[in-house]
Design a protein around this ligand. Structure first.
Ligand code: ACO
Length: 340
């Protein structure tokens, strides 16, 4: 059986920082309320950059770190709910052109909201292990500031912009062990951008009613997210006969510190095994897991062969989890074997 692995990770952070103090000047809120309810202190905002621009920067670094040449990438999938253009071209096509990847490669976007990166892992794993593709570039990128209503205090405090990317390739050393993705469209209205689509076309009325922005019933989403995620991570561990003690790092979708803490406690994971970036970046939807993974990688916490548990929950509803041993060929292991 062919094995595929996430062999590299990278991210890009837009420069501008929007703090809780900045938001206090926009809506009736306080740093204290935001930190207590969400854990978020600040988030990044892309100013003169579109989603494909920030995605390209993360993707270029992910290819560099994979050790592959860019002409070896034969598919690019981008998960985003804030594409550059509403219909076409896809953000993936624009990233491929920006990077100068081979013309003719497969490139497309997927929309799975905050669960985007888990869906990407499942797709890339299937493409590589089936032999359909060799090296798949996966990108989660969002300019959520373009769909956030900065007059709505219940949502504008939560979201930020950013991009994360990785390469999935064949590997003998490490592997994507299992991925579970799921959805339940009956809850679509609880977290929705109602306008601009075919159900609510872009006209003056739509703009006047601010239907082009994110609307969320936070309380309901919160409750369902906690119970669904807790069940999902327990099931993927049980299915693969892996105990939570064996996990090196838990990298959850970074929506709210309280959701992460509830799942972490259920798994009895110590704080040092949990990667937390929500305080710095807020909720960046499909970019949040690869950004968190990259943060831990750049800080030297995640290494080649680290056993990772990922989970996410988002609009749709969509949710999922993944178990993987990160990295490509373990160069340290090879050089130690040569020495001995
Ligand atoms: N500042 C001050 N007060 C506020 C703010 C704010 N920014 N926002 C809401 N409030 C008030 C409300 O008006 C309410 O006041 P009231 O009691 O007088 O009516 C009170 O605070 C409590 O509001 P709740 O909505 O009940 O607050 P809650 O504790 O649920 O926290 C939050 C809200 C942070 C949004 C939480 O519900 C949450 O994190 N939900 C889940 C988000 C999520 O995980 N989304 C999924 C992924 S997103 C994606 O897919 C794109």
């Amino acid at each position: 059986m062919r094995k595929a692995s996430l062999i590299s990770i990278a991210s890009y952070l837009p420069e501008r920082i929007l703090t809780n103090a900045d938001l206090e000047n926009l809506v009736e809120t306080s740093d204290e309320w935001i930190v207590k309810r969400t854990g978020i202190k600040e988030r990044r905002i892309a100013q003169d950059e579109a989603t494909s621009d920030i995605a390209t920067k993360a993707a270029r670094l992910a290819i560099e770190r994979s050790g592959l040449r860019s002409d070896e990438i034969d598919a690019l999938i981008c998960a985003t709910i804030t594409p550059d253009h509403f219909c076409m071209p896809s953000t993936a096509c624009k990233i491929a052109a920006n990077l100068g990847l081979n013309t003719g490669i497969t490139a497309f976007d997927i929309s799975a909201a905050c669960t985007g990166f888990i869906y990407l892992l499942e797709l890339a794993n299937s493409l590589v292990t089936s032999g359909a593709k060799k090296n798949v570039l996966i990108v989660g990128a969002e300019k959520l500031s373009s769909i956030v209503d900065y007059t709505d205090r219940s949502t504008c405090i939560l979201f930020g912009d950013g991009a994360g990317a990785g390469v999935v390739s064949l590997s003998d050393e490490n592997e994507i062990i299992d991925v579970h993705t799921a959805s339940d469209g009956r809850f679509g209205d609880l977290l929705i951008t109602p306008g601009q689509g075919s159900a609510c076309v872009a006209d003056e009325n739509m703009l006047k009613n601010r239907q082009n922005f994110i609307k969320m019933n936070g309380n309901e989403v919160f409750k369902i997210a906690v119970s669904t995620l807790t069940k999902d991570v327990v099931e993927i561990l049980e299915k693969n006969k892996i105990s939570s003690d064996e996990i090196d790092f838990f990298i959850p979708h970074q929506a709210n510190f309280r959701i992460i803490d509830a799942v972490k406690q259920r798994l009895k994971l110590p704080d040092e095994k949990c990667v937390l970036t929500v305080q710095k970046y807020g909720n960046t939807s499909s970019a949040s897991i690869p950004m968190a993974l990259n943060d831990a990688y750049e800080n030297g916490r995640i290494k080649n062969g680290s056993l990772l548990l990922l989970d996410a929950f988002g609009g749709g509803f969509t949710w999922g989890s993944a178990l993987l041993r990160f990295g490509g060929v373990d160069f340290d292991k090879i050089s130690n074997a040569i020495k001995s």
